[in-house]
Write a protein that binds this ligand. Structure first.
Ligand code: FPP
Length: 244
């Protein structure tokens, strides 16, 4: 079987540990974020080689605004620089950039840059790279509820027609596939409000490696681990199906 036949359709990564990586080197936190941006390139290239359909990276949460203003500012500058600096590489590698989150609340230049690169890369078919930026799972579900309420008020849908598909259709990216695998670096064991709806049946892979040290090789290890999992989606394995 070729790698692409085996590759998961949608992998999400909670990129944690930049600050601690920098601290270990007696460097400011932003030094870790810059190193984290380099890891994004390595992991994205490997994901493309492996034939993963979509890679969604948790770049900035709705809660990250609580960080010191200078760190938030440095991250926003880094996102802008990443978008400008990587556009050509994304185009050359057939990578389509997308984003989820309350994008309109981002600094105007970052929002504009995101929109511009999403448009220029829209025909990429080798990999969809999605940045979750100013993203929160609760916020996404609350925003979807608001949309559904508006649709019901305007008469476009009836309240009794609201089902799982209607909710999916009201999310930021209605065509986003469910997550097969969520990788979290940095040693913590939580989802931190990442793609809560889409992660319902995701397998979890947790590693103590800090994000700047995570690379393509480690992505391969995570995917190999994923392939060894037994996914039942709430059902049973074949031999367990015999009742009594
Ligand atoms: C969490 O580590 C990381 C973030 C909040 C920012 C993620 C951003 C990057 C990886 C930078 C580049 C990204 C792109 C898409 C260009 P932390 O700061 O919470 O680390 P800590 O837990 O060790 O303090």
């Amino acid at each position: 079987m070729s790698y692409s036949e085996q590759a998961p359709r949608h992998v999400g990564i909670i990129m944690d540990g930049n600050g601690r990586w920098a601290e270990r080197r007696s460097q400011p936190r932003v030094f870790g974020h810059r190193a984290g941006a380099k890891a994004v390139r390595s992991v994205t290239e490997e994901a493309t080689r492996m034939g993963i359909g979509q890679l969604t990276l948790f770049a900035f949460s709705t809660e990250n605004w609580k960080r010191p203003p200078e760190e938030v500012k440095a991250l926003m500058l880094l996102f802008g620089r990443y978008l400008r600096g990587e556009e050509e590489r994304l185009l050359n590698n057939g990578i389509r950039l997308r984003a989820v989150g309350r994008l309109h609340e981002l600094p105007k230049d970052v929002h504009n840059e995101l929109e511009r690169v999403m448009t220029s890369t829209q025909n990429g078919s080798a990999l969809t790279l999605c940045l979750a930026i100013n993203y929160g799972g609760h916020t996404e579900i609350a925003d979807a509820c608001k949309k559904l309420a508006e649709r019901a008020t305007s008469g476009a849908i009836r309240a009794e027609d609201i089902d799982e598909q209607a909710i999916q259709d009201a999310l930021y990216q209605p065509d986003m596939p469910p997550l097969d695998l969520v990788i979290r670096t940095g040693g913590e064991m939580r989802l931190s409000n990442f793609l809560l709806w889409q992660a319902a049946y995701a397998e979890l892979y947790l590693t103590p490696t800090y994000w700047p040290d995570f690379d393509g090789e480690q992505l391969r290890v995570a995917i190999a681990d994923f392939h060894a999992r037994n996914r039942r989606f709430g059902g049973l394995n074949e031999p367990q199906r015999k009742v009594g």
